[in-house]
Design a protein around this ligand. Structure first.
Ligand SMILES: [Zn+2]
Length: 57
């Protein structure tokens, strides 16, 4: 199973998913919301792994 990651946009928008999901979601978000295009590398550079266990709260 692909590890899930999270990307947080400057505007506070958050996308969660696999690398492929994040590229698709963020490219659509950036274009629709901010009118700018981002590359796959740019999206993945912002991605942070999610701790699947959690434990905070
Ligand atoms: Zn945004």
């Amino acid at each position: 199973m692909d590890p899930l990651k999270i990307v947080t946009c400057d505007c506070g928008f958050e996308a969660i998913g696999t690398d492929e999901d994040l590229v698709e979601i963020m490219q659509a978000h950036e274009l629709d919301t901010h009118g700018r295009e981002v590359s796959r590398d740019e999206v993945l550079a912002l991605a942070n792994p999610i701790d699947p266990i959690g434990g905070q709260g």
